[in-house]
Design a protein around this ligand. Structure first.
Ligand SMILES: Cc1ncc(COP(=O)(O)O)c(C=O)c1O
Length: 394
């Protein structure tokens, strides 16, 4: 028998995914073992599953301040975003117009959907850019509106910088200019830290993802304001009031709802602690590496996100060193064939391609400790120094 124990790792990639909470795992297990019926079946086994589904729908409706009938369960945040854009265009495009407005810092789930709609001729897309702080100004959105704008989609919180958008101001601006234009927000990275009440946000559609808030993968939802209809993207048996066919994934949905209930109870305490750890992490890095840039530093940001740019340092090398030191973090950019692409978010904010290749994103969770933050800061400083020396020697 080996006497070695696995080395401790520090997980700072909660924006990529969060570990499922105990409550989520317990709810999933119960659903798998006891509620495996098909929620559309009329017999008792089906109705047992239906009860779980209805309870989860009530939880998500309360979380977003809307009615249960307005919650459409999907398999992911990506699917919810696809349904928002494609579904609004499919249902309203011919009557209200085919022009949509998105920001250039959206997640690919929105950007690629908008691009696909444009490529197929179903939509004309206008892109709105952020300022240097990563903020989308309501006035920039207003300028992009046209008489045929059917939808504006602006994310609540950016996944690379943690910058919070003023969604209520954006929604007010859009609705004041054109009452028939729908406003969608991708709240996937916001829900873990900020209220998601549809009324207060002023939005017509909102996307969520379970695995970003301590639920399992395989569940998400699109929430609609009363009276907002979307054409289905997935056709079939007419589940989810004919907005998303396919037998609902009861275990994943049960876990999603359990995680949300826990989040609602603890969110403010978790956020306070994360804010103090984020401050510690960033100030320790800054103290040792004064050239460090924190993208979006002057903007409002969620407390979990500590993103850094170290000019001249390529993030793939930094991430490899951090991984070897037991730290899981990420660069904000997509990787293909070993080449790191510059972050589209940072380039949209006005960073050079070179700097945009150097993004290091550390995202904290509620279980992150002071020791984790301190050890991560030391490891980042060591890794950046080592890489700077090797560049200087080269
Ligand atoms: C802002 C944002 N939207 C959408 C998604 C996609 O969510 P999912 O992984 O559930 O498809 C992500 C995932 O990283 C995200 O950060």
């Amino acid at each position: 028998m080996s006497s070695s124990t696995a080395p401790m790792r520090i997980y700072l990639d909660h924006a990529a995914t969060t570990p499922p909470s105990r409550a989520a795992v317990a709810a999933m297990q119960q659903a798998l073992e006891e509620c495996w019926g098909n929620p559309s079946s009329i017999h008792a086994d089906g109705q047992h599953a239906r009860m779980i589904l209805d309870g989860a729908r009530d939880t998500l409706a309360a979380f977003t301040g809307t009615g249960a009938r307005n919650v459409v369960f999907t398999a992911s945040g990506t699917e919810a975003d696809n349904l928002a854009l494609t579904g609004i265009l499919g249902r309203w495009g011919s009557s209200r117009g085919q022009h949509i407005v998105v920001s250039s810092i959206e997640h690919e789930a929105v950007l690629s959907t908008a691009e696909a709609l444009a490529d197929s001729g179903a939509a004309e897309v206008t892109m709105v850019h952020p300022d240097h702080d990563g903020v989308i100004q309501p006035s920039a959105v207003a300028q992009a509106l046209r008489p045929d704008t059917v939808l504006v989609s602006i994310m609540y919180v950016n996944n690379e910088t943690g910058v919070i958008q003023d969604i209520p101001a954006i929604a007010r601006t859009v609705h004041a200019a054109r009452a028939e234009t729908f406003v969608h927000t991708d709240a996937v990275q916001g829900a873990g830290y900020l209220p998601c009440d549809m009324e207060s946000l002023g939005v017509d559609l909102l996307s969520l993802s379970s695995h970003k808030l301590y639920g399992p993968k395989g569940a998400g939802c699109l929430v609609l304001r009363d009276g907002v209809f979307v054409a289905p993207v997935i056709h079939g048996g007419g589940q989810e009031r004919n907005r998303r066919s396919g037998t609902e994934a009861i275990p994943a949905i049960a876990g999603f709802a359990a995680a949300v209930r826990e989040l609602v109870e603890h969110r403010s305490a978790w956020c306070m602690e994360m804010e103090s750890l984020r401050t510690m992490l960033t100030s320790e890095v800054r103290k040792e590496l004064p050239g460090t840039i924190i993208p979006g530093e002057r903007a409002q940001r969620v407390p979990s996100c500590a993103s850094f740019v170290f000019p001249g340092i390529r993030n793939e090398l930094l991430l490899t060193r951090l991984d070897a030191a037991g730290i899981s973090a990420s660069g904000g950019s997509a990787c293909s064939a070993g080449t790191t692409l510059p972050s589209h978010v940072l380039t949209a904010m006005g960073f050079s391609d070179e700097d945009a290749r150097g993004l290091l994103r550390c995202t904290l969770g509620h279980a992150t400790t002071r020791e984790d933050a301190r050890a991560a800061a030391a490891a980042i400083v060591d890794a950046v120094r080592a890489l700077s020396t090797s560049i200087a020697d080269a």
